[in-house]
Design a protein around this ligand. Structure first.
Ligand code: C2O
Length: 546
């Protein structure tokens, strides 16, 4: 196994998109940032230097960070932020994961532009469990704002209203030629007739689930979230923010140019949605050149409608592990967490300008009616490891304080969340079953729930209220997929299981950044086990403190 050394300089860089140039926070001047390529078993050492005017941290999304929780990155959870002028070296080893992950800033909304791909090839000497692709392309789906994303979230926090939606979706940072001033920079993916290539698709968008299609071509899904899956063929993918999907694509169509397109899946009823489409071009090398002075538009795929939940369900329920897996059967913690939005009453005495949500309210979000608040004086991990009192409490509830019908109109008294920094404590090696139940309070929508430090099995998903006597029988205990981010269906639920075999403090949150801003998060505190191999490593000497 190798060790890979990288320097990441976080800095403001002028970037031109949609006819305008503005200063954008980047890594090494690149938007999106550098692609890291490693083999399973390798070690990464990334020295992050902050030359921007904002606090920053970098998170290695999906990397298990076994015993190296100090390198996980979410600010105030596993470290204090790297201040302007400061630096921190992240050091960790990839253990048993193969496929596509990514890295992103985990501070305010900086990840809008601070992100990149992390490609993990098989262990040296091993090969893919599918025919070797001729070439590989990482496709990072994203969102671009004409404004500074930090200003967008600051304004939303000040007013209590929903933040402005982005001005474009992007593929590898490019909106594509359906947007103004974007044609000449549209990403071209070249392909030879008859070749089979691997596309590594990442949803790095801030706030948007996305459909993904390539005109006239079938996609064979072979992996997701850096685990292999039993291959299945589809014409459309749906990825929630945080999720990755690896697909094989064979160039078996007539030589021409075909659009690669991504468009919003927006399940929020009544919420504004952006119906624009971002495009790249799959270009056959043998495609005939258009006659001089003419141009032939690439073939456009028909995209699903923004509310096409049936297509999403058909896709998400197709995932299986490649073979029988050993799902933990003895459950130590049987948990039920509600996930959803709400509206807080305007606090007494507050100015109307801070209550610009619907009907003079402020948006909020919670899990089990707790709206998560990050600490500011210590990271949760430091407070845990050093026994510093008063930073968090360990009373995150195993069940919602009141159970009700999550699909109906509910009385507001049932969903006034309390603000708190609450964690749920697990002993090393305990097993967890967790039902994630979407509430349809205010609005029903799909929530991409991401757990740090772990992969989990998704046993089942469904619509309406989870009903143990009816739904337990649907659990896939044979070959469920292993993921780090679950798309909890709109107005429905997902059931996940994992073994708490990685000591540390691990954030779990909705990967729509606007929802984490409103408090849709919690953390698991996993205690050390017995002996060195079950114990968190000591903190690095350069760990940023508050
Ligand atoms: Cu990809 Cu907590 O994040």
């Amino acid at each position: 196994a190798k060790t890979h050394y990288h320097d990441f300089v976080v800095q403001a860089t002028p970037v031109k998109r949609l006819c305008k140039t503005h200063n954008t926070i980047t890594v090494n001047g690149m938007y999106p940032g550098p692609t890291l390529e490693v083999n399973n078993g390798d070690t990464l050492v990334v020295n992050v230097m902050n030359r921007a005017q904002y606090n920053v941290t970098i998170h290695w999304h999906g990397v298990r960070q076994i015993r190296t929780g100090w390198a996980d990155g979410p600010e105030f959870v596993t470290q204090c932020p790297i201040r302007p002028g400061g630096s921190y070296t992240y050091r960790f080893t990839i253990q048993g994961q193969e496929g596509t992950l990514w890295w992103h800033a985990h501070s305010s909304w900086l990840r809008a532009t601070v992100y990149g791909a992390l490609i993990i090839r098989p262990k040296e000497g091993d090969s893919y469990p599918f025919p070797k692709p001729k070439r590989e392309t990482a496709l990072l789906l994203g969102e671009w704002w004409d404004a500074n994303p930090i200003d967008v979230v600051r304004q939303a926090t000040r007013t209590g209203a929903a933040p402005n939606v982005s001005d474009a979706y992007t593929i590898n940072g490019q909106p594509g030629d359906l947007y103004n001033c974007s044609s000449k920079d549209t990403l071209i993916v070249p392909v030879g007739s008859g070749e089979t290539n691997l596309l590594r698709v990442v949803n790095s968008a801030l706030n948007q689930e996305l459909f993904f299609k390539v005109a006239n071509h079938k996609l064979t899904v072979v992996g997701a979230d850096a685990s292999y899956v039993k291959p299945f063929t589809t014409s459309v993918l749906m990825l929630g923010p945080g999720q990755t999907t690896d697909v094989l694509i064979t160039a078996d169509q007539s030589p021409a140019r075909y659009y690669i397109a991504a468009r919003a899946y927006n399940s929020a009823q009544g919420a504004p949605f952006d119906n624009t489409t971002t495009t790249a071009i799959l270009e056959y090398k043998s495609a005939p050149c258009p006659a001089k002075g003419t141009s032939v538009k690439p073939v456009m795929p028909t995209m699903p409608a923004f509310n096409d939940t049936a297509t999403v369900t058909a896709f998400t329920t197709s995932f299986r592990s490649p073979r029988k897996v050993s799902v933990p059967t003895k459950i130590d913690h049987n948990l039920f967490f509600t996930v959803g939005l709400g509206l807080n009453r305007c606090p007494p005495g507050a100015s109307r300008s801070t209550c610009q949500g619907p009907n003079g309210t402020r948006f909020t979000a919670s899990m089990n009616n707790v709206s998560f608040v990050l600490p500011s004086n210590f990271s949760l991990l430091q407070a845990h490891q050093q026994g510093i009192p008063g930073v968090f409490t360990t009373d995150f509830p195993a069940n919602p304080p009141v159970q009700f019908d999550y699909t109906g109109n509910v009385s507001r008294s049932l969903w006034q969340p309390i603000a708190g920094t609450k964690v749920y404590r697990l002993k090393y090696g305990e097993t967890v079953q967790l039902v994630l139940q979407g509430t349809s309070i205010f609005t029903a929508e799909n929530h991409p729930i991401h757990l740090h430090g772990y992969d989990f099995y998704i046993l089942a998903e469904g619509f309406g209220n989870f009903n143990p006597s009816r739904d337990t029988g649907k659990f896939n205990l044979v070959d469920p997929p292993l993921r780090n981010t679950a798309s909890v269906p709109v107005g429905g639920w997902s059931v996940i299981r994992f073994v708490a075999d990685n000591p540390g403090v691990w954030l779990m949150h909705c990967h729509l950044d606007v929802h984490i801003t409103w408090g849709l998060a919690m953390a698991f505190l996993v205690e050390n086990g017995v002996g060195e191999l079950q114990t968190l490593e000591p903190p690095p000497k350069d760990l940023p403190l508050c």
